[in-house]
Unconditional design. Structure first.
Lengths: 303, 265
């Protein structure tokens, strides 16, 4: 029971890392996520149904997400469409694409199919207590992805992408085309989101075209919770860890809301409202925290 | 080096807002030149820099860089050869990143790959370069640039640009947003670096005495034209009064309105 709370936070944590890249590092509010998450799920499900090598299917899901992100960046870069709209465009188109990928259906069940998760469970039975197998597996997967990202953002390319979100003129002055960097960043971000979708489909036992609805809000809320919990830092390792912790907290809250919400007469349908309110509360809290800091500084200066 | 051939820039051509910002300018910048550019607001100084840097494409004429036509090259491609510092000290550095990361990004021009170049040797090198600024920044390499003052950031931008060895540097009133003391420090650094590394530079300034004191050539602009140029001995003999007289002679109008902008303090 308790392990279920954390498993979701870890699976969706991969998506939160993607959202963190676009929103925080690239400073690009990318709504493609709502489409690339179910795209990853759909590609994985279709791969499983076709009896494809499971790891290859996972790779294809990742590549599909990368492509979705690159499409958004191309729309934004070359047609001079504002970033929000570019993301919405891709997301809308992906709805149709996802149904196509699922074979003109809105839902593909994966029950009784061999998935990566069923294989892992099989392999690890007896070594780890059954209820902790998935928790351990996703802890390792998510941590490895986090560490790879930390490594990436410390390379020259990663640093430059970080600088672009901060100061685009600086990147141009370095003789680097910011459009290329945006494509790389958004591709990476959506690739991770799709990867998360692929794992989610296997965990839930189905792929559904509606899986991604509002996922960007969950991702953003997770990122914000993480930032709220931990102090500001300029170390990428700390920032990605914050995003993951935020994801675990957020999905734990949602899990509790889903299973115990009835105590206060809440239904799962109320969750979207709760998510929105959570974000607003976080915004207010961060604002007031900032204001207090300013007030404190002013006092110190006046002394 | 860089050459402008009959370059004109007209904004909103054919409309009521038509604005001839640069009309038919030809200019040859030789290697090792340090050119100061003066002129009142709207004279076209910044437009000239934007044309050279590639931020905008001229309406007519061509721009040659080391003999190659770069008229239609985008800004990021030309940036490999041209370094530029803006009036706003925030434009040259990334606030949310550490000093050493900033230096690593600007150390080499062009596309960056998946290599990790920031290592102990690099840090030592950056440290030894930062000492040249004499601001004590070498001990703050792990701090975010948001914590640095405008003067420090502009000095850093200058150092980082020099390290990437551009063929030409454009200084767009780069000391105008700083307080007088910091402006003086940054200007001294600029002059030192230009001499030390034998850089080719163009500098826009509103300060006529600076324009006379620094560099080997002086351009005076008005209404999109270069109306007066002095170099060598002629430039050395200039004074602020002579410059204002010169403007009066050429344009047959008083400099009075521009006195405040072309201050000589």
């Amino acid at each position: 029971m308790i392990e279920g709370i954390f498993v979701e936070g870890l699976i969706y944590g991969i998506m939160v890392l993607g959202v963190f890249i676009s929103f925080r590092i690239l400073d690009f509010p990318d709504l493609t996520v709502d489409g690339s998450f179910p795209l990853g799920a759909a590609l994985m499900a279709q791969g499983i149904m076709m009896g494809m090598n499971l790891w290859l299917a996972l790779l294809i899901a990742f590549a599909g997400g990368v492509l979705a992100g690159v499409v958004t960046s191309l729309i934004h870069n070359h047609l001079k469409v504002p970033n929000l709209l570019a993301g919405i465009l891709t997301m809308t188109m992906l709805y149709s694409v996802n149904i196509r990928v699922l074979g003109n259906r809105a839902n593909v069940p994966l029950l009784n199919q061999e998935t990566i998760l069923s294989r892992v469970t099989e392999r690890l039975t007896g070594i780890i207590p059954d209820e902790y197998i998935l928790l351990a597996f996703f802890a390792v997967v998510t941590l490895v992805i986090k560490l790879l990202l930390d490594l990436f953002f410390r390379t020259d390319l990663g640093l430059t992408i970080g600088a672009m979100g901060n100061n685009e003129q600086m990147v141009i002055s370095q003789g680097v085309n910011p459009k290329t960097l945006k494509s790389i960043g958004l591709g990476l971000s959506n690739g991770l989101v799709a990867l998360s979708g692929a794992f989610a489909a296997q965990y839930l036992g189905f792929a559904d075209v509606g899986l991604g609805q509002g996922i960007i809000i969950s991702g953003l809320a997770s990122v914000m919770i993480g930032e709220f919990l931990v102090m500001k830092s300029n170390r990428i390792g700390v920032l990605t860890l914050c995003a993951l912790l935020g994801s675990i907290c957020f999905y734990a809250v949602m899990y509790v809301g889903r299973y115990y919400g009835y105590v206060i007469n809440m239904t799962p349908n109320d969750l979207n409202l709760i998510k929105g309110i959570l974000i607003i509360v976080l915004l207010v809290l961060t604002q007031s925290r900032k204001l207090r800091k300013f007030a404190l500084k002013a006092v110190v200066k006046n002394d | 080096m860089i050459e402008l051939k009959n370059v004109s820039m007209i904004f909103n051509p054919g409309t009521v807002n038509e604005n001839r910002a640069i009309s038919d300018i030809s200019l040859k910048v030789r290697e090792g030149d340090f050119i100061t550019v003066i002129g009142s607001n709207g004279a076209g100084k910044s437009t000239l820099f934007n044309l050279i840097a590639g931020t905008i494409t001229p309406t007519s004429g061509s721009i040659l860089l080391n003999g190659r036509d770069v008229t239609r090259d985008p800004e990021y491609k030309r940036a490999k050869y041209i370094g530029r510092i803006f009036q706003n000290p925030l434009l040259g550095t990334a606030s949310n990143m550490t000093l050493e990361d900033n230096m690593m990004i600007t150390y080499r021009k062009g596309f960056k790959w998946l290599k990790r170049s920031l290592n102990h040797r690099m840090r030592e090198f950056f440290r030894s370069e930062l000492v040249k600024l004499r601001m004590g920044l070498e001990d703050r390499m792990k701090e975010n640039l948001a914590l640095f003052s405008g003067g420090q950031r502009q000095a850093l931008t200058l150092l980082m640009m020099v390290l990437s060895r551009p063929d030409l540097i454009l200084l767009d009133e780069h000391t105008a947003a700083l307080d007088p003391k910091n402006a003086e420090i940054v200007l001294e650094l600029t002059n030192r670096f230009i001499e030390e590394y034998r850089l080719t530079a163009m500098m826009i300034t509103h300060n006529m005495s600076h324009a006379i004191e620094y560099g080997n050539r002086l351009l005076m602009m008005d209404k999109g034209e270069i109306i007066f140029e002095a170099q060598g001995e002629e430039k050395k003999a200039l004074t602020v009064e002579k410059l204002i007289d010169k403007f009066h002679q050429i344009r047959h109008k008083s400099f009075e309105n521009d006195r405040t902008l072309l201050s000589d303090d």
